[in-house]
Design a protein around this ligand. Structure first.
Ligand SMILES: [Zn+2]
Length: 406
């Protein structure tokens, strides 16, 4: 959550009276004193034990390295954070009253101020931005809030709610050079068990910050998909930078021409969501064209065991029977090479699905070779059957060739 105040022509820091812990505090029974810790980019006030405080600073620094690289920006000043383990350890008045409700709800808030100047033409320019983070020491809350503080202090803005909160959620899970889904179990279960929230609702400009963790989960899902799926990734970072610099870009303008594709992949992502899911490997191939087969003709495609559904180049006609053959082997785990028949558990088997007008048929089994009659029309896609959360360790390719059955 974030709250931003625009201050015109005046510099105003937040009036926070932090009571510096004195020796007197350490004598209070069974409480941990609030202490200050600092690192390159942070000033941390916390009642966490020293080792946990240092550990948190280390995680926050790592995250900052990743977000700085991502947005190609630096935090213009140290990020000041109040991280609360137990409110009872904090002297009265040490927490900003505006932040109290968030801390009591075991959440977090970033209080930000922005200073503008107006030039002779009346245009406003941000000249300074300052954020102070208040966060409970649970889960990824401090990291989430630190992303807001970083954006605010670097750009003077955090973007519209869907972007600000989606990216802050992404930030709390960010691990260097890893793109698989790795989210809290309760968030995962909620997203797995709930009908997808329509995209238009997620990016609605009337969305409010701090509304509910459920809404945060949808914002995370959208940002994760756009950030890791190569079909949408190239436009996502420029969109974000434009939102952060107040240049008036929008989700609709940026992705409007890809709306059906994004809606399809968003539904698909949520339907198969699991920890370990890789948007880069599961991305839909929108470029390869599928064609109807004439007598004597064939189509062929190399199918990668690591990827999700891949086009065979065959546009199947309802009621038509086709034959297929395969060459090559693949692996779905350390255990040996498998043909397209897979193993006894059905893992590694070649399976198919029909895509037509952004809708998918049920999955059907294929295998090494045989004949198959299409029950409806559609582009035939196939893959090496494996858990969607464990495609990353697969290796090998199988070439699949299709002809009309004699
Ligand atoms: Zn937030």
């Amino acid at each position: 959550m974030f709250r931003s105040q625009a201050l015109r022509f005046v510099v105003l820091g937040l009036a926070v009276a932090i009571v510096v812990p004195t020796t007197g505090w350490s004598q209070v029974k069974s409480t941990t004193a609030v202490r200050d810790y600092s690192s390159r980019n942070y000033l941390l006030h916390t009642d966490l034990p020293a080792d946990e405080a240092q550990e948190l600073l280390k995680r926050l620094e790592t995250m900052l390295t990743i977000v700085s690289r991502y947005w190609n920006a630096r935090s213009s000043r140290v990020i000041e954070m109040y991280v609360v383990k137990d409110l009872a350890n904090w002297p009265p008045g040490s927490i900003d009253p505006q932040a109290m409700a968030s801390i009591e709800n075991r959440a977090g808030i970033t209080l930000s101020t922005t200073q503008f100047v107006r030039d002779t033409r009346g245009n406003e320019r941000i000249t300074a931005a300052h954020s102070v983070v208040y966060a409970i020491a649970d889960g990824g809350v401090p990291q989430h809030e630190a992303v807001h503080a970083f954006c605010h202090q670097s750009f003077g803005r955090t973007g519209p709610v869907w972007y600000a909160e989606g990216m802050a959620e992404l930030g709390q899970y960010w691990r260097d050079k890893q793109s698989d889904v790795e989210i809290h179990d309760y968030v995962l279960e909620y997203l797995q068990q709930t009908d997808p929230k329509p995209l238009a609702e997620i990016v609605d400009p009337d969305q409010r910050t701090g509304d509910s963790w459920q809404n945060y989960a949808w914002r995370w899902a959208l940002c994760h998909l756009l950030n890791y799926n190569p079909n949408y990734q190239p436009r996502f970072r420029p969109l974000g930078l434009s939102l952060l610099s107040g240049k008036g870009a929008s989700f609709e303008q940026t992705y409007g021409d890809l709306a059906p594709e994004i809606a399809f992949e968003y539904r698909f992502f949520l339907e198969h969501l699991t920890n370990g899911y890789r948007c880069d490997l599961a991305a839909w191939d929108w470029k390869t064209k599928c064609v109807q087969l004439r007598k004597g003709a064939s189509v062929q495609a190399k199918i990668d065991a690591r990827k999700g559904w891949q086009p065979t180049r065959l546009r199947a006609q309802e009621g038509t029977t086709y034959s297929w053959t395969t060459t090559g082997t693949w692996k779905t785990s350390e255990a040996g090479e498998l043909s397209a028949n897979g193993n006894e558990q059905g893992e590694g088997k070649l399976v198919g699905i029909l895509f037509d007008d952004y809708r998918l048929s049920d999955v059907f089994e294929l295998g090494e070779s045989g004949e198959w009659t299409a029950t409806s029309e559609g582009d035939l896609h196939v893959r090496c059957r494996d858990d969607w959360g464990r495609l990353g360790d697969n290796t090998g390719t199988v070439t699949v060739r299709w002809t009309l059955a004699k």
